[in-house]
Ligand binder design. Structure first.
Ligand SMILES: C[S@@+](CC[C@H](N)C(=O)[O-])C[C@H]1O[C@@H](n2cnc3c(N)ncnc32)[C@H](O)[C@@H]1O
Length: 204
């Protein structure tokens, strides 16, 4: 099991509650910053796996967006909020059978998903993503991380996460380097609410 599925985590993952919690936790502003720093051009093709309510659409220039998530509530919410012929949402895992219907992408976004996947699932997703990336396209990842001497509040929050595969830096890097030669990574210690983020910008 890669995700905790108790009543509390189910409640927290309902789109409206998730969005409020992410705002309080500064997850929303953190992801907004990543998008603003990396995605500047219009009309790029974006693939977002584990898109949740697809809030990142609010921060992106006009784009052609494909979002995948296994949570029906999140996909229903996203479909209702982002009605646009250029936005497509799929309530399912991203599988090899999807490859033929998809275009090649400029950016692949994996925000908050790797820690929901075990190594086998994560490698499968990374491999599929790589197959749909253009030559110079970029993979952006963001996840919580466990580090030495971590703030105890951050450690508590991260250990209580719904995703049961929060990794250490070398574990995330090993996973990504299996498919991406060039990975720039960063650990960000958030002061308030205490939290620790691991982000990467990867190329094939
Ligand atoms: C922490 S949330 C991140 C949501 C969004 N990317 C964001 O940054 O706000 C993780 C999401 O991954 C989804 N998820 C978990 N396992 C998945 C899988 N195998 N395929 C697609 N989505 C998955 C969950 O349903 C959840 O919406």
């Amino acid at each position: 099991m890669s995700q905790r599925t108790n009543i509390l985590h189910d409640f927290i993952n309902s789109p409206q509650i998730y969005k409020i919690i992410q705002k309080i936790m500064s997850g929303t502003s953190f992801r907004k910053k990543i998008i603003k720093e990396n995605i500047k051009k219009k009309n790029l093709k974006i693939l977002d796996i584990g898109c949740g309510p697809a809030e990142i659409i609010d921060f992106m220039p006009e784009c052609i967006y494909y979002g995948y998530d296994i949570d029906k509530r999140s996909i229903d919410y996203a479909k209702k909020k982002y009605k646009n012929k250029n936005y497509k949402f799929f309530c399912k895992e991203f599988k090899s059978s999807d490859l033929k219907r998809l275009p090649y992408f400029d950016y692949v976004i994996l925000f908050g998903i790797l820690h929901h996947l075990n190594n086998k699932q994560a490698k499968n997703v990374l491999n599929l993503c790589k197959k749909k990336m253009k030559k110079n396209s970029i993979l952006l990842t963001e996840d919580p991380i466990l580090i030495k001497n971590q703030n105890i509040v951050a450690k508590f929050l991260i250990k209580s996460d719904r995703g049961t595969n929060v990794r250490k830096k070398n574990e995330y890097i090993d996973l990504l380097k299996t498919y991406f030669k060039n990975c720039k990574s960063k650990v960000t210690k958030q002061f308030f609410i205490p939290y620790t983020w691991f982000t990467t910008v990867c190329k094939k």
